[in-house]
Design a protein around this ligand. Structure first.
Ligand code: SF4
Ligand code: SF4
Length: 445
């Protein structure tokens, strides 16, 4: 029996420090403060090798459903969907057993393509509504929440803050697995829990192979958004692409972009009808056009999914994604706002045929040898955590503790100013605060 009001749920979620756990990191209490007709629990987890969300749904389907029900109460939604891959038969069976009998929550089965978890695509897949350019699901009456975030919403209502999360450790490691660890667990410790890397020179990525980032300092701790830690050889295609600088990319583009427009053909946002044409943007930089044109400002429409770079341009090895990231940074620094807001949009008719299947992504990325069973090995604590305070959308959290302070698990250790977009952080382990830096807090026990 759920007897909470919208206000009580939102307040509890804020206090518990719930943010988008799928990678976005947007504070969930702000997201829940809206009125929509539909909430989608996003369990598509479309990044290759990652199985953290799948594991959660199998291990604790009732918790995700309860979180979804709270999100529906908070937003006034009458319909809820849990979006999962169609071939996750075991997950579907586990969820079906727990679904409420009123029929307000349904399962929605997604094709196995990348990036099925991009909320613009998830919303279209589930509801056939198209989110406007530069818009939010809310504009079409939908709220999308990652399944782990929704499980954390349920915990928040029970008074339990976010102190841990499941993480997939995969790639070039000896024992790939999914393990639940405290937020702030050092990357090195996680790799050791998986038996170490296959080669001492392997590089590790926080997140999935398509959208994750290279971890330069393995002493730092995982964030609330760290769904995976993937090890790859230092000369792997993905690592080489990540390490190519923007200036080198621009030089290469001038010489090598053949304007085949495969990047535009396969761009998921272009397929949804948004005015994003990466091949035109590459042409713009190749000819040194300095004034913002629509092919520069369209950087605001790019989701950074990486299809153009890692799938479409796998022969020329160019990266429209990197160019868009740089343009967005420069435009934002100049105070330029997104001018693209069309809502009268039609999908590209070829959308269904141009989706890139996950097996194709795995093959193209050279990840086939790393597709292995990732058993869930339960919860493991650690003796030291470094909790990052800036890995959410908004203003970084400010420490509320000083070195030497003893903390219990769940004590508040940092919070963003209450009038700003941000998040609250809690001690993931009991112990003593040993260091407080600008961007993280270290606790040892
Ligand atoms: S796919 Fe590569 S070569 Fe083709 S237009 Fe795009 S950036 Fe240029
Ligand atoms: S990263 Fe590339 S494929 Fe993805 S949305 Fe941006 S331009 Fe399109």
């Amino acid at each position: 029996m759920i007897d909470k009001t919208s206000g009580e749920i939102i307040k509890a979620v804020h206090a518990a420090g719930v943010i988008g756990a799928g990678g976005g990191g947007f504070p969930t209490h702000i997201k829940l403060n809206c009125r929509v007709d539909t909430v989608i629990a996003n369990g598509s987890e479309c990044e290759p090798l990652l199985t953290s969300d799948k594991t959660l749904l199998k291990e604790n389907p009732g918790l995700v459903i309860r979180g979804l029900q709270y999100a529906m109460i908070a937003t006034g939604a009458k319909t809820g969907y849990i979006a999962i891959k169609a071939h996750y038969k075991d997950v579907a069976a586990a969820l079906t057993k727990e679904l409420p009998t009123d029929g307000n929550i349904k399962l929605h089965f997604l094709e196995n393509y990348y990036p099925a978890g991009d909320e613009f695509l998830t919303v279209y897949d589930v509801t056939r509504r198209i989110i406007p350019e530069g818009g939010l699901p809310l504009q079409v009456g939908v709220l999308v929440g990652n399944v782990l975030s929704l499980a954390q919403v349920a915990h928040a209502v029970d008074g339990k803050p976010v102190t841990e999360r499941p993480v997939t450790i995969a790639g070039s490691v000896k024992q790939p697995q999914v393990i639940t660890v405290p937020i702030g667990t050092p990357y090195n410790d996680l790799i050791q829990m998986a038996g170490g890397t296959l080669q001492p020179t392997d590089v590790i990525i926080d997140g999935g192979p398509m959208m994750g980032c290279i971890v330069e300092n393995r002493n730092q701790g995982i964030a609330k958004t760290t769904s995976g830690v993937i090890a790859l050889p230092e000369d792997h295609f993905i690592i080489n692409m990540q390490r190519t600088t923007i200036s080198r990319m621009v030089k290469k583009s001038k010489a090598a972009c053949c304007q085949c427009f495969r990047c535009s053909d396969l761009c998921p946002r272009n397929l949804l009808g948004h005015a994003l044409y990466p091949h035109m943007t590459m042409r713009t930089i190749d000819y040194n056009q300095s004034e913002p044109t629509e092919h520069v400002t369209s950087a605001f429409l790019c989701s950074q999914c990486g299809v153009c770079e890692l799938i479409a341009c796998d022969f020329m090895l160019l990266s429209p994604r990197k160019v868009y990231a740089q343009y967005k940074k420069l435009l934002t620094a100049r105070g330029v706002k997104n001018p693209h807001h069309r809502s009268d949009i039609n999908i590209v008719p070829e959308l269904e045929y141009r989706k890139v299947s996950l097996p194709t992504v795995i093959k193209k990325l050279g990840l086939s040898q790393y597709v292995k069973n990732t058993p869930f090995t339960g919860y493991r604590s650690v003796g030291r955590v470094r909790v990052p305070l800036n890995r959410h959308t908004g203003v970084p959290a400010e420490p509320t503790v000083a070195p030497g302070r003893k903390v219990k698990m769940g004590d508040v250790i940092a919070a963003s100013p209450s009038d700003k977009t941000g998040a609250v952080y809690h001690a993931p382990i009991a112990g003593t605060v040993t260091e407080v830096a600008g961007a993280w807090i270290e606790i040892c026990n």
